[in-house]
Design a protein around this ligand. Structure first.
Ligand SMILES: [Zn+2]
Length: 87
C-alpha cells in the first residue's frame, strides 16, 4: 500500500500518477498536482493561501458538507502543506 499523497499546494488527494504535476525536465512532481504545478513552476505563483481556500471550498461542498465546514477543514489543513508552511 502506498501512503496517501496530497498535493502540497491545494490539498487534493493524488491517488493516481496522472494527477501529478510536472517538473521542468519532464519528470512527475511527487509533491504537487497538475492543477497547481506545471513545467517546474506554480500555475498561479501569486496565489495566497486564503485565495486557495476560496478556490477549494466549492469543490468540497456537497450533501454532507457545508461551505462553513469545508472552510474550517481547509483553514486547518492547508497551513500544514509545504507551499504554505511558514518557515
Ligand atoms: Zn494542487
Amino acid at each position: 500500500m502506498m501512503e496517501q499523497k496530497y498535493c502540497q499546494s491545494c490539498g487534493m488527494p493524488m491517488q493516481d500518477e496522472n494527477l501529478y504535476g510536472s517538473e521542468k525536465n519532464g519528470d512527475k512532481s511527487t509533491e504537487y498536482c497538475l492543477y497547481c504545478y506545471e513545467n517546474g513552476s506554480f500555475k498561479q505563483p501569486d496565489l495566497s493561501m486564503e485565495q486557495m481556500i476560496e478556490i477549494c471550498v466549492p469543490h468540497m461542498v456537497n450533501s454532507s458538507m457545508t461551505d462553513e465546514e469545508a472552510r474550517k477543514i481547509l483553514n486547518q489543513f492547508l497551513p500544514e502543506l509545504t507551499r504554505w508552511k511558514k518557515s
